[in-house]
Design a protein around this ligand. Structure first.
Ligand code: ADP
Length: 161
């Protein structure tokens, strides 16, 4: 079976991430969205909630070959443990240097695991989790940037303030 892992901090999961997942699900037998704990970034959404929300997004779209998992280890170690040898990452116009370095580190740790890249679709090129966070800080609308369950989560959080 042809499996790929799509790792990220997804804080929050955007329509840019979702587009990659949908495209990968049309190519691979199985896509695992791997929610990572990034020690260098403070998470806006609690870790378990983030997983729950991404699962809701996938369930609403009936993406049957897509699953959500998490790890607090290196992604390559997760892959070795779970017999996956493909890591998917996304490329927007400014991502190359960061993604290249990450890919090389992963390759040096385990050359049997290949990192593959999909470009962001042009209409999503500007979308980033950090951009969404910035808009949220100033109470701006994000419903065109994140899937419905994620938007709803922030609306409810806002109401409870
Ligand atoms: P990380 O903290 O691991 O970089 P992110 O959640 O920021 O995780 O991103 C996960 C992956 O999704 C990265 O490869 C990133 O380049 C890609 N990505 C982020 N935004 C977009 C987008 N708008 N379109 C396509 N890929 C994207």
């Amino acid at each position: 079976m042809n499996k790929v892992v799509f790792p990220g901090s997804f804080d929050p999961f955007t329509i840019g991430h979702l587009d990659l997942v949908i495209r990968a699900s049309n190519i691979y037998d199985s896509v695992i969205i791997l929610v990572t704990k990034n020690v260098n970034k403070n998470s806006l959404i609690p870790f378990e909630k983030k997983i729950d929300l991404i699962e809701q997004v996938i369930a609403e779209l009936n993406l049957e070959n897509v699953h959500v998992d998490f790890c607090n280890t290196l992604v390559v170690d997760y892959c070795s443990k779970n017999s996956v040898n493909l890591i998917l990452r996304g490329l927007r116009s400014g991502d190359f240097d960061y993604e290249y370095n990450l890919g090389v580190y992963n390759f040096e740790i385990n050359p049997k695991i290949e990192t593959i890249y999909m470009f962001a679709k042009p209409s999503n090129m500007h979308i980033s989790s950090s951009g969404v966070k910035e808009l949220l800080k100033y109470n701006k609308n994000i419903d065109n940037l994140v899937p419905y369950p994620i938007d709803q989560y922030f609306k409810e959080e806002n109401e409870n303030l």
